[in-house]
Design a protein. Structure first.
Length: 149
C-alpha cells in the first residue's frame, strides 16, 4: 500500500518546512503550492492533523509579532544611524578599500496612519469610526450610530 502524501509533511523535516514557509510570510495557498497540493487539501489536513496546523501557527505567530513590532516602531517614530562609505584608492600601493566618510543619525517621525491603525485595532470601542450611543428618551431606549464624515 502506498504512503499518503500527507505523511511526508508529518515528519520533523516536513513540519519544519511548513513552519519556515509560514514564518516567511507565505499564504496557505502558496504553502499548498509548495507542497504540491491544492489549498482545499491543505485545509483538510490542517483539520485532520494537528501537527500540520500547529506548525503553520507557530510560523505565522513569529511573523505576526515582527509585523506588530514594526508597526509600533513606525507609529512611535525612531532614529537610526546612516553610514556612508566610499571606495578610496591608496596612491602608494594602488589598493582600493571602502572607507567611512560620513556617519549621520536620522530621525523618522511618528506616523499618524500607523497610530490610527494601531488604536482602531487595539482599542476599537474608543477609536472605531462608528460609535454607538444609547439614548433614553421618556423611557424608550434608542440606539444611535454616529459615523465619521
Amino acid at each position: 500500500m502506498a504512503k499518503g502524501k500527507y505523511e511526508e509533511w508529518l515528519t520533523a523535516d516536513g513540519l519544519l518546512k511548513l513552519e519556515a514557509w509560514a514564518r516567511d510570510g507565505l499564504t496557505d495557498e502558496q504553502i499548498a503550492t509548495n507542497m504540491g497540493i491544492v489549498p482545499s487539501t491543505l485545509y483538510e489536513w490542517k483539520k485532520k492533523y494537528a501537527e500540520i496546523s500547529e506548525a503553520l501557527k507557530r510560523g505565522k505567530e513569529v511573523v505576526d509579532i515582527e509585523v506588530e513590532n514594526a508597526l509600533l516602531k513606525r507609529a512611535k517614530g525612531y532614529s537610526y544611524i546612516e553610514t556612508t562609505r566610499e571606495l578610496v584608492t591608496d596612491r602608494e600601493t594602488g589598493e582600493s578599500r571602502l572607507e567611512v566618510t560620513k556617519v549621520v543619525t536620522k530621525e523618522v517621525q511618528p506616523d499618524t496612519t500607523a497610530q490610527i491603525f494601531w488604536l482602531k485595532n487595539r482599542k476599537p470601542k474608543e477609536w472605531r469610526d462608528k460609535q454607538e450611543t444609547d439614548v433614553n428618551l421618556s423611557g424608550s431606549l434608542i440606539k444611535v450610530e454616529l459615523t465619521e464624515e
